[in-house]
Write a protein that binds this ligand. Structure first.
Ligand SMILES: Nc1nc2c(c(=O)[nH]1)N[C@H]1C(S)=C(S)[C@@H](COP(=O)(O)O)O[C@H]1N2
Ligand SMILES: [Mo]
Length: 393
């Protein structure tokens, strides 16, 4: 039995009453049981359901499904896996439709670890503060994703030469027919790469409904908003999706602007790849730890980036003001996956201490002392200081 209490769908969800539809489906024949979510998740919003992973639960290579953050713009759709079909239309050679088992048996299965991070992770740390969900450190997680390669499916159906984008229509119910649904598109250039999956499994389990089951898009190295959940239809198009979620949301200024100045449309570009970032997953800020006088402490954490690989992780501590290299624990770093690292802080005296960490990647990117401020609060990656206390054993 795990230390934490698990239960069917988080209490948060039940309290919100947001799942009246979902709850009914639980009892209906052929509908999948709702996924387990830990009560220990930080509730950022009940309706829609937005849950953040506490930082200490990110102290491992893979983030367990019950602890994985959830970001939904609307409700959770009623999911009947047997009846689910995925339709392809628009600028394909021909239309096509697959039932899930058909899709999965027809194409080869692949799996890969990848970091899923919301573009707004760290928004709550932006200064001056910005509107939006105030995520701190846990709108991120890593899972082993498994499914079929989107490019294999596209190849089998055939694309017309004019096609440039694929538009993903999802099944989440919106508040009313007037509310636009979470429709996003991605350029084919990106989608035809071998790392893009239509995934039906997460960490060796069927993809939980809250995470987009039965089928979601996996786009390693790109921010979470591209990872469409509950995919029902894929339309090939010459243009990107006309939806506001595509044309208006997830834009960031290309230059630093003072908070009072709104960027003009030509100063905005779509957020695509993750930026380089690291975090300490042991100890936690404010934690009291016992050590023998002159003893040592193992600091641990993760680091990831968008394009390329993390090549170095460095720490600066209360006992040494120089940046020193951490030991990278991950044997074979994979693009889009995080690495785990550790660092031994020695000769510890009782009292107040701190560590600061920064990652560097193969494209020469590193973390800034201050985050790039933008009013949407995207891609916060400033070097953070983690204060803690040593008490004598
Ligand atoms: N259909 C649909 N897909 C979606 C979303 C959504 O609201 N609806 N949210 C997106 C955003 S902004 C993020 S960060 C990720 C979150 O995935 P998770 O809930 O599995 O953590 O899903 C993305 N895919
Ligand atoms: Mo997101």
């Amino acid at each position: 039995m795990p230390a934490h209490r698990r239960q069917f769908i988080s209490q948060a969800l039940r309290l919100s009453g947001a799942t009246a539809i979902g709850a009914k489906c639980l009892r209906a024949e052929g509908f999948e049981a709702e996924p387990e979510k830990s009560e220990g998740l930080i509730v950022r919003s009940r309706r829609p359901l937005d849950l953040e992973t506490p930082l200490d639960r990110l102290d491992s290579e893979f983030t367990p499904n019950p602890w994985f953050f959830v970001r939904s713009h609307f409700g959770v759709p009623a999911v009947n896996v047997q009846g689910w079909s995925l339709t392809f239309d628009g600028l394909f050679e021909s239309g096509a439709s697959f039932k899930i088992p058909e899709l999965l048996s027809r194409f080869q299965r692949y799996e890969r670890p990848a970091v899923l991070m919301c573009a707004g992770n760290g928004r709550g740390l932006m200064k001056p503060i910005v509107p939006g969900l105030p995520w701190e450190h846990g709108a991120v997680g890593q899972a082993m994703w498994s499914g079929v390669r989107l490019k294999d499916v596209i190849k089998a159906i055939g694309l017309r030469p004019e096609a440039r984008h694929l538009i993903f229509d999802a099944a989440d119910p919106t508040a009313s027919t007037l509310t636009p649904s979470f429709t996003r598109s991605l350029p084919l250039e990106r989608l035809l790469q071998a790392d893009v999956l239509l995934a039906d499994r997460m960490n060796g389990e069927p993809l939980p409904i809250l995470h987009g089951g039965p089928l979601r898009l996996i786009v390693p190295t790109w921010t979470g908003n591209h990872w469409a959940k509950w995919i029902k239809r894929i339309t090939a198009s010459a243009e990107e999706s006309p939806s506001d979620f595509q044309r208006k949301s997830y834009k960031m200024p290309t230059l630093a602007l003072p908070p009072a100045i709104a960027p003009t449309p030509d100063q905005l570009k779509s957020v695509t790849t993750l930026n380089v970032k690291s975090q300490v997953t042991r100890p936690m800020a404010g934690q009291k730890l016992a050590a023998a006088a002159g003893g040592s402490l193992t600091i641990r954490g993760s680091a990831w980036t968008g394009a390329g690989l993390v090549t170095r992780v460095e720490l600066r501590t209360s006992t040494n003001p120089d940046w020193q290299p951490a030991k990278i624990l991950t044997k074979t770093p994979i693009e889009g996956a995080w690495i785990r690292w550790e660092f031994t802080m020695g000769d510890l005296r009782p009292g107040d201490h701190f560590v600061e960490v920064k990652a560097l990647d193969s494209h020469g990117q590193t973390q800034p002392a201050e985050a790039f401020w933008n009013r949407s609060g995207y891609l916060y990656n400033a070097i953070e200081r983690v204060p803690f206390q040593i008490t004598v054993v």
